[in-house]
Design a protein around this ligand. Sequence first.
Ligand code: SF4
Ligand code: MG
Length: 321
Amino acid sequence: LPLVSVQALKKHFPINKHQTVKALNGISFNIHKGETFGLVGESGCGKSTVGRTIMGLYLPTAGQVHINGKDIHQTSVQENRTRRRQVQMIFQDPYASLNPRATIFEIIAEPLEIHQVHKDKNALRQHVYKLLEEVGLNPSHAHRYPHEFSGGQRQRVGIARALALEPEIIIADEPISALDVSIQAQIVLLLQRLQQEKKLTYLFIAHDLAMVKYLSDRVGVMYLGQMAEVAGSDELYANPLHPYTQALLSAIPVPDPDLEQKRQRILLKGELPSAINPPTGCVFHTRCPQAQAVCRQQPPVWKEHAPGHFAACHFIAEGNR
Ligand code: SF4
Ligand code: MG
């Protein structure tokens, strides 16, 4: 049984009487216990909507999300309370997600107070100090405010807060995109260490494949509200089947200058279409270098082409596996 199972998930946001943003149009994938699942795609492809729906913040238009076999949108109040502790989120911009008027002590203590984890103040204080130490912050700075910290330190505060209720699943929505490159590696190492120590499962959302390569056990590539491809990380980078994944991978620079010169970049034509009026047939057909007439008419089928390697495209040759 997968820890998280997303099945035929749709999420449409009505914007007025006649128009709907089709943020998710039927995506399916699983996340296994203890793994990091990287979810990649351009901004607006729906990846944050996936994260928020798994958090229980959005009600699906159709389809289901199961956590530990339970449909999270068909649960009792008590089960919802448990799930709110079980799944936590880390955000892209730690500054925007932290209350500027609260000390970092208050910020990290808040979820513990809401869930009445401790009966006495001293136990609460010790718990907050322990969390600060776990993310590499000095407990003697607990009385300071978010603006007194650097971006990387603020993200550590966000991580400490997410860990407070001992979650099983962390949804990290572009947690390092806003940080300096020199700081990114430190936060990635912190997330990896915490995963090992606490047996965490990560959904790691990012906009480029280079970033998730190093971190993820499996990767899902999204395009305009649909999943284009899912595979084990090594398999995806060695043998991408979907033309969109191939294009994204071709844009990652390679360290060897000789190889870098020979590298063939696949350039996508045109702009990302609107999620209000997504293209007919294969949603990628307006930009796909391999599109044929049938792609405009017929949506491709989501299919397993090799064990654990899924993709949706009409023209995946048998020999490509
Ligand atoms: Fe390209 Fe057609 Fe495959 Fe879509 S189905 S990815 S348009 S070749
Ligand atoms: Mg986003």
